[in-house]
Design a protein. Structure first.
Length: 79
């Protein structure tokens, strides 16, 4: 399946106009519309920034994949 993402701004809530799509004439496609939630988008941006900062810490570089896996398993076992 070929996935293609395109952002548009709604001008008329009765219709959406998509142009310059990479599909063939007659090709059947599925359209999924997801409204951008600016508050949620900002929260996700802040969280990703925190992840990047955390990954740059010296302590994080010393953690092995096995230690991460063990921590996840221990957490899941406690649920």
């Amino acid at each position: 399946m070929l996935a293609y993402k395109k952002y548009v701004t709604i001008k008329d809530p009765a219709k959406i106009v998509l142009t310059d799509l990479p599909f063939r004439s007659g090709q059947k496609i599925e359209i999924v519309c997801i409204a951008e939630d600016n508050k949620q988008a900002e929260s996700v941006k802040k969280l990703k920034s925190l992840f990047k900062k955390t990954q740059r810490l010296a302590q994080a570089k010393a953690i092995s994949e096995d230690e991460i896996r063990e921590e996840i398993e221990a957490y899941r076992a406690s649920l």
